[in-house]
Design a protein around this ligand. Sequence first.
Ligand SMILES: C[S@@+](CC[C@H](N)C(=O)[O-])C[C@H]1O[C@@H](n2cnc3c(N)ncnc32)[C@H](O)[C@@H]1O
Length: 205
Amino acid sequence: MSDSVLRRLYREQAPRAPEGRFLLEDLIAGSGPLELDIGFGRGLSLFERTAAAPESRIIGIEVKTKLAYKAAERLEKRGIEKVMILCGDAREILKRAEPSRSVERVALHFPDPWWKKRHDKRRVIGEALLGDLARLMAPGGELFIQTDVEHRAEQYRAQLQDTPGFTLASGGGYVGVNPFGARSNREKRALEDGLPVWRILATRD
Ligand SMILES: C[S@@+](CC[C@H](N)C(=O)[O-])C[C@H]1O[C@@H](n2cnc3c(N)ncnc32)[C@H](O)[C@@H]1O
């Protein structure tokens, strides 16, 4: 298939969120805890997380159509029904998501690979997303963010501190290990290369 045909296939067939306001809990049958993996990229964290927590219902959101399509295809091939893919901008999708206080865990592994000032508006972590996560997360729910860029980690930590409804883990929010037992592709590579990773954990009050 030519590149343009493939691009159209990804664009047309990557799974999308329902239109308008929608219920996260309607996306995956059953009653396990709801989790979000925002910007899952090549998707290793989805597969490792569903193996680590088979009872959980995991919703992965990815803006790139090819990555969303490929992850959905792999999940279907492996018969994994507890992970659902939504293709689109997590900020736009989560604005429309309901109900409040329904999500137990949220992971953002190595978000925001953009460095230039003019790309600031593309950054997924900001007031809007954190506000929606505060609304959607259940009391006691865990929000985990990790990055290999120290100053970004410090920004995320400060943003979380300023968001009503979240309390950083003791010790200023930094934790030594990934608490979800599921590596992302970037994390796996960083660990293999011996590079430092900054990990932040916050709890919904
Ligand atoms: C640096 S990559 C990290 C991928 C993966 N989480 C990992 O750690 O290997 C950041 C990912 O976030 C996705 N992304 C960026 N902005 C997004 C948004 N607004 N909504 C959903 N996904 C987004 C990108 O397409 C990319 O796949």
